[in-house]
Design a protein around this ligand. Sequence first.
Ligand code: BGC
Length: 329
Amino acid sequence: MIFSLSGCGSSSEKTDRTLRVGVVTYTVDDPFINAMVEKLKSQLKTMETTNMKVIVSVRSGDNDQREQDEIVEEMIDAGCDVLCVNLVDRTAPVNIIKSARQSDIPVIFFNREPVRDDLMLWEKLYYVGCDAKESGDMQGEIAANYIKNHSDVDRDGDGKIQYVLLEGEAGHQDAISRTDCSVKTLMENGVDLEKLSYQFADWNRGQAENRMTQLISQYGGQIEMVISNNDEMALGAVEAYKNSGISQDKWPVIFGIDGLDDALQAIKSGTMQGTVYNDKEDQANEIARLAVDLFKGNKLDSHNLVDGKYYVSPYWKVDIDSVDDFLHR
Ligand code: BGC
């Protein structure tokens, strides 16, 4: 497989037997997205045959929607059969849709979900992602279950769990639903909660560590639980506690989402108590299958797309009892 530096491949490579896939992410700095793109590249490679070569080009929008729009245009100009787009701004896919439609190139959006009206603008637009509500519900269930089995989580014994919540990114479908559903599910499962603080940390480990360090100096030993919209921020909280001088037996319980390797290791070593597996392998597999079927003009019946457009990948609960099943995926 050849990776070209710009566009989806030079025009000399343009044959009917070559599938050129252009992948554009919102940033180069997101470990979950990077891990998923690696899976996508290897999955596409396994789908090469003697009759079909695959060329993948990966670029990033560098957190700037206008720059991402331009990259998409460049990829189209360079020759591209299918676009896979992880939007910078999920409410602003219109320029990308316009350019792709003009050149009749299907677009598979992934992870950052365009609003429904935008996805309905053209028949060759698809979305591969998850039901964010499900991850929040599962995180709430894992946390509630843990608390039921470990009465010492309520360190001050006041019958309530004092908690802080680390939020991903304002306006991201996953951040909004995970926050709502996780807290709601904990309460529905009989856990009495007291909110200390909600902080945005942009999905990012370093930012979460800074926020958490501030929260520790503000609330000290009062914090009994950290709920995080993703693992990177949960691991930032772990770092903050490691540097706080507080002994580990006095740390709060910490729950994340994604199931990245570092978080799975943290669950094994007891610095995190649970996560929800965001199935990057399944999502990458579906994007690759869709790209190939769209390229070949095959029917999409086997994809089970909701409304002919949405692929919804399932989440999985991970705690100390199930972590080994996920470590070697
Ligand atoms: C993941 C986060 C990631 C974000 C990027 C979410 O689904 O859980 O880790 O940063 O997507 O859009």
